[in-house]
Design a protein around this ligand. Sequence first.
Ligand code: SF4
Ligand code: ZN
Length: 325
Amino acid sequence: MRPYPESASQQTRWIRALRGQPHPVDYEAGCSAISELEALGEARTVTTNVIFPVNSECPYTCVMCDLWKNTLPGATPPGAVKLQIAKALATLPTARWIKIYNAGSFFDTRAIPIDDYHQIATLLRSYERVIVESHPAFIGERVLKLRDYLCGSLEVAMGLETVHEPTLQKLNKRCTLSQFEQAARFLHSHNIDLRVFIIARPPFQTENQAVTWGQKSLEFANSLSARASILIPGRAGNGAMDELQRIGDFSPPHIKTVEHLLQYGLALAGSRVYVDTWSPSWRMNCECDNKRVIRIHAMNRLQAVVEPINCRYCNAGDLWCNDGP
Ligand code: SF4
Ligand SMILES: [Zn+2]
């Protein structure tokens, strides 16, 4: 395989050439869903249902994306997402909040037709807060339409990924920091809450850079009054990320990097900060690592910095164990 190209159109071709076959999906059969507790700090939690509807493929081709695996071959038929949400709700317990994390952007009209918003909002009328995901380019008047149909508050999650512009460009997200900021300010000016996704060690960054730019990304999210910042450990598994790992342009973060960024974000005392533990992909190499996993879960749950781990192998003050940069 050739090295990762510089131009956006070549990046798209490079990434797509490494994709496998998408999974066969049948939206009429329903979609996956889970129930979880989101920590609010000071031992408070909120019951939260999460539904993952399938839909048409996103028009973007981000290098780290694996959502294309569960997409339909053409545009999403009208009513298809509503049907999946209705079926999922029938299986889920009562909860106060709900996340609708479709396989793309909620506000991409090929993924979810605008005419479906009203019926979807009606299904969600008992929820105090509805959280959806979107690429910043889709943020605009249609967001206000959904907000106005909902009974509860609307929160929009957007992938900031990193504030390091050269890395952001290489992710092929086709979104600059200023475009992200503009979308965030639009949400803020219309009383819509913001949730920010940050990759804990994206591709094209060393472990040191991941720490530096992860910290700056958390600060940036705070400056935009994000309600929550989610640290997602970079992971392979979509073809492109596996190839980047093979050619030395990507490595999953060390667990100490993830732990450090969570601690840093919580100490800023701005937005709530969580590590996404749905698919942990961090590197571990020391006997203290399992204690660090427990510490990450504890900080997620308490939304507070907890007692650091002392280890006989990790030198005090060192951020990483033996295989650090
Ligand atoms: S915008 Fe989101 S869904 Fe679309 S390719 Fe990028 S990560 Fe995937
Ligand atoms: Zn150790």
